[in-house]
Design a protein around this ligand. Structure first.
Ligand code: KIV
Ligand code: ZN
Length: 513
């Protein structure tokens, strides 16, 4: 069985999705879970793109031990230097440099000739090799590049010291046979190609990202790139959980596989969805809520007689056991802590105490606490960043009747420590809350998107709200959970504002040092 390396770019290409903005603590939490999922390489971000990305990549490189940590860089010395400062703490420092090679990109975006592109690519790889033992070079828009030019530039960057060559279908235009043929062409025509790792990176604009990736493996790729839940620019990247499960389930057909820990898939997918605020479509392959649901009578009958009539993947394979009731109202701190450890959380005593308090409050309202609830509660404790003064919800009250105008009264503690109170109306309860909060926070808010979902099943399930807005002209997303969706909505709204405030503070701090 040929082993295929898994390169996860949830925290870089995935984080580039519209509406996602993760802070350092959230990125670190996802990176630790990707390590448990057994990704061979984790692309933690783009260190030169912002102070926040730099800090997150550095923290992840310092923390993650069993996966290689990398960061993206343009083919310029300053990006490579910044990346080194963030990535030098990794067990095996790895950089990912890219440069576009298609006529469209070279002419219109780079405004460079093919000869100039070859020179820049070679120079950047040579420069990166002064620091990094592992250098991945990507030909952006490789699929729409001239095949002979691709052969030439790849040959030169291998001579310059690149250790991995990545050939992306940047705009998701390829079909499986075409994408596979590009790998075969390079394999057959580039001297020295067998000394480097060949990597596939597919976008899903035409819904073929996973199929194209498999075609690349069949034609010589040793590494696959993708994201959890298929997040990414536009229609997203190849979904890694789908790839890993497809290669596992169809072992009868494929002569290759990954080392992904399949029973970490469900947890990884839920965590990414929770922290990014990107809901998973119910019928999504492998991790959708309905992926194992059998609705029709004929199917249910078949399942009862013999599961394999309609089931090719078992929920257990991907670690789906989260609806189990694990703790209740009478569970003590000891049982709670043991369960947190068993679920893989490493929390300080102080954080366990805070989480236990939140657990007790929840258990008072909800008799049975499921594994889903615990994950949300413990993750929320884990990602609490260092205390900086932000807005804090004190109370929210809504008056609603189908014959009257909904009115909300809200009080918050401001970042300066003042108690602020306001009331406002709206066409519905949520709008009344948003209108009131807009009066309370200083700055200009423009709401872009709002969503509520339930965590787990049952009528007493926790409600999660996600709010996407621009605040003072910058896009930001907030999320929070509560037993009541109106409270969750108010908290998610403030969470979006607070993220923006923390980012602004970081930016002004960075300018002063
Ligand atoms: O899709 C793409 O081309 C990329 C590169 C930066 C590798 O994400
Ligand atoms: Zn990409």
């Amino acid at each position: 069985m040929r082993k295929i390396d898994v390169f996860d770019t949830t925290l870089r290409d995935g984080e580039q999705s519209a509406g996602i903005n993760l802070n350092t603590a959230e990125k670190l939490e996802i990176a630790k879970q990707l390590e448990r999922f057994n990704a061979d390489v984790i692309e933690a971000g783009f260190p030169a793109s912002s102070q926040g990305d730099f800090e997150a990549v550095k923290k992840i490189a310092q923390t993650v031990k069993s996966s290689i940590v990398t960061g993206l860089a343009r083919s310029v010395k300053s990006d490579i230097d910044t990346s080194w400062e963030a990535l030098k703490y990794g067990e095996q420092p790895h950089i990912h440099i890219f440069l576009a090679t298609s006529p469209i990109h070279m002419t219109h975006k780079l405004k460079k000739t093919p000869d100039q592109v070859v020179d820049i690519a070679v120079e950047s790889v040579k420069y990166a090799k002064k620091h990094f033992p592992l250098v991945q070079w990507s030909a952006e828009d490789a699929f729409r590049s001239d095949p002979d030019f691709l052969v030439r530039v790849v040959r030169e960057v291998i001579k310059a010291g690149a250790t991995t060559i990545n050939l992306p279908d940047t705009v998701g235009y390829a079909t499986p046979s075409e994408y596979g043929a590009m790998f075969r062409h390079l394999k057959e025509n580039v001297p020295g190609i067998d000394r480097v790792k060949l990597s596939a990176h597919c976008h899903n604009d035409l819904g073929m990202a996973v199929a194209n990736t498999i075609a690349a493996i069949e034609n010589g790729a040793d590494q696959v790139e993708g994201t959890i839940n298929g997040l990414g620019e536009r229609a997203g990247n190849a979904a890694l959980e789908e790839l890993a499960v497809a290669l596992h389930i169809r072992q009868d057909k494929f002569t290759f596989g990954t080392d992904v820990k399949l029973d970490e898939i469900k947890r990884t997918s839920q965590l990414v969805s929770q922290l990014t605020g990107m809901a998973i479509q119910a019928n999504k392959a492998v991790v959708g809520k309905n992926a194992f649901a059998h609705e029709s009578g004929i199917h249910q009958d078949g399942m009862l007689k013999e599961r394999t009539t309609y089931e090719i993947i078992t929920p257990e394979l991907i670690g789906e056991n989260s609806t189990q009731i694990v703790l209740g109202k009478h569970s003590g701190r000891h049982a709670f802590k043991d369960k947190a450890i068993a679920l893989g959380f490493e929390l300080s005593d102080e954080k366990i105490t805070e989480a236990f308090k939140a657990f007790k409050e929840l258990a008072d309202k909800k008799k049975e606490i499921s594994e889903d609830d615990l994950y949300v509660l413990l993750t929320d404790q884990q990602i609490q960043e260092e205390e900086v003064p932000v807005y804090e919800l004190k109370s929210v009250q809504v008056q609603y009747g189908n014959g009257s105008i909904p009115t909300a009264s809200v009080s918050v503690i401001s970042p300066d420590g003042d108690l602020l109170q306001e009331a406002s109306t709206g066409s519905g309860s949520v709008e009344a809350i948003c209108n009131t909060l807009e009066r309370l926070v200083k700055g200009k808010v423009h709401l872009l998107d709002y969503r509520v979902t339930s965590i787990g099943k049952g009528r007493d399930a926790l409600g999660e709200a996600v709010v996407n807005m621009t605040y003072n002209g910058k896009s930001t997303t907030g999320r929070d959970v509560a037993q009541d969706v109106l409270e969750a909505s108010a908290k998610a709204y403030l969470n979006a504002i607070n993220r923006q405030l923390v980012n602004e503070r970081k930016r002004s701090y960075a300018k002063t040092v």
